[in-house]
Design a protein around this ligand. Structure first.
Ligand code: S3P
Length: 434
């Protein structure tokens, strides 16, 4: 499928972004391990979270839905059923890495794989520490690449400092820690999204957080949850950038998760001169939420790196679009992780935005971007390369192009934002799926 996008003369309206992807995965997995019935509202019906539900069903978990964001999970308690076939995580790194932590604790044999993108992504970062805890794991390239097979059970606790700041690795090890004898201690080099910690605590896990160290004790049963998933700031980010860069824009984004481990994109767009107002609206299932008002802005370049990067890692492709039309230079460093996301986002963001006339240089760990001072980009034929966030970032660039843009490989947008085209239309964009 391809998207055909015409640059609109104005961009206005109110959107409710889809449910948070990270929280949807975690609520389903923790609900499956709980004793009792977990009810989730606002579950993201994107392909990634559907992959998690498919794997949990194959592990014997009875699940109703999703139906209009409503999911009921009949928790099995800590021990699931040996799957009869290979588990398929699709395109979802979160599904594979988090479930590896659960499978490591199960006294049975399982195999997990994914699509070509996922089979190319590094898994040694979870398989190595899980093996240290006592799981037996085999995979291509010495356990680095899927398909991965696991004989789990009988885990020992672990004391471990993550070599890379990764919420997926942290969460995988915390889930494994639920099954281990004694206390598992995980330290992270920079704070990463803490949704697992919040939901595990709500489910009654013996979990303590001290700064960047998390301690979890195994052997305690989990209680079921009632989760209302807030809107995904990583989805909202596309329209935050759209509102800032379009000369006639006024957009309201409702019910967005404002967890401070996720709000780096708001901080950076504001630092670039973005007209962004946040209206706090309390909490949703232990996560701060609010509405975000965005209006046309005169953006200027910034330099970012360090601890900020994990707080906006998924937003860097669309941030590159903002930088490409800002005034001055933007330097993004310390983001080498982008090379092992759903695609090599450093190479492909630079290549595809380059086709639209952006002046963007790929660096080993980021980008150097020369903004065009609010000038138009070029309408072009570009490709998502099967990466949802690259596809959507290009669609946002298309809103300030001098003519129509075609985005090839647009079916992958359903990985995290199935309503993306519909939301473009609500704002007044002429967008056709062909
Ligand atoms: C996620 C963590 C991040 C992020 C991904 C979702 C999560 O990945 O890029 O989209 O839900 O834990 P890493 O843990 O690899 O940084």
């Amino acid at each position: 499928m391809q998207l055909f996008i015409e640059p609109p003369s104005s961009l206005a309206g109110t959107l409710k972004p889809p449910g948070d992807k990270s929280i949807s995965h975690r609520a389903a997995i923790i609900g499956a391990l709980a004793e009792g019935t977990t009810v989730i509202e606002g579950f993201l019906e994107g392909d990634d979270c559907l992959s998690t539900l498919r794997c949990l069903r194959a592990l014997g978990v009875n699940i109703e839905g999703p139906h209009r964001g409503h999911v009921t999970i009949y928790g099995k308690g800590m021990f699931l059923k040996e799957p009869e076939d290979v588990l398929d995580a699709g395109n979802s790194g979160t599904t594979m890495r988090l479930l590896m932590g659960v499978l490591a604790g199960q006294p049975f044999y399982s195999v997990i794989t994914g699509d070509p993108s996922l089979r190319w992504r590094p898994m040694g970062r979870v398989t190595r520490p899980l093996k240290t805890m006592g799981a037996q794991i085999w995979g291509r390239n010495g356990g680095e690449l899927a398909p991965l097979s696991i004989q789990g059970g009988n885990l020992q606790s672990l004391s471990y400092t993550l070599p890379v700041a990764s919420a997926q690795v942290k969460s995988s090890l915390l889930l494994a820690g639920l099954f281990a004898r004694g206390e598992t201690i995980i330290s992270e080099p920079f704070p990463t999204r803490d949704h697992s910690e919040r939901l595990l605590k709500a489910a009654g896990a013996a979990l303590d957080v001290e700064g960047q160290t998390i301690k979890i004790s195994g052997g305690r049963p989990l209680k079921p949850l009632a989760v209302v998933v807030p809107g995904d700031i990583s989805a909202a980010a596309f329209f935050m950038v759209a509102g800032c860069i379009h000369p006639h824009a006024d957009i309201i984004l409702k019910n967005v998760n404002l967890n401070p481990t996720r709000t780096g994109i708001i901080d950076v767009l504001k630092a670039m001169g973005g007209q962004i107002t946040v209206i706090p609206r309390g909490e949703s299932s232990g996560e701060p939420v609010g509405d975000i008002h965005v209006a046309s802005s005169q953006l200027h370049g910034v330099e970012i790196g360090g601890a900020l990067i994990p707080r906006l890692i998924d937003e860097i492709p669309v941030l590159a679009v903002a930088a490409a039309v800002a005034s001055g230079e933007t330097l993004i460093r310390d983001a080498a992780e982008l090379r092992v996301k759903e695609s090599d986002r450093i190479t492909l963001v630079a290549r595809e935005l380059g086709k639209m006339g952006a002046s963007i240089q790929a660096l080993p760990d980021g980008f150097l971007i020369q903004g065009n001072r609010g000038g138009d980009l070029r309408g072009a034929i570009v490709d998502s390369h099967g990466d949802h966030r690259l596809g959507m970032a290009l669609a946002i660039a298309a809103l300030v192009a001098d003519g129509p843009t075609v985005i090839r490989g647009a079916e992958c947008l359903a990985v995290s934002y199935p309503q993306f085209s519909a939301h473009m239309s609500i704002l007044g964009v002429k967008v056709k799926e062909e």
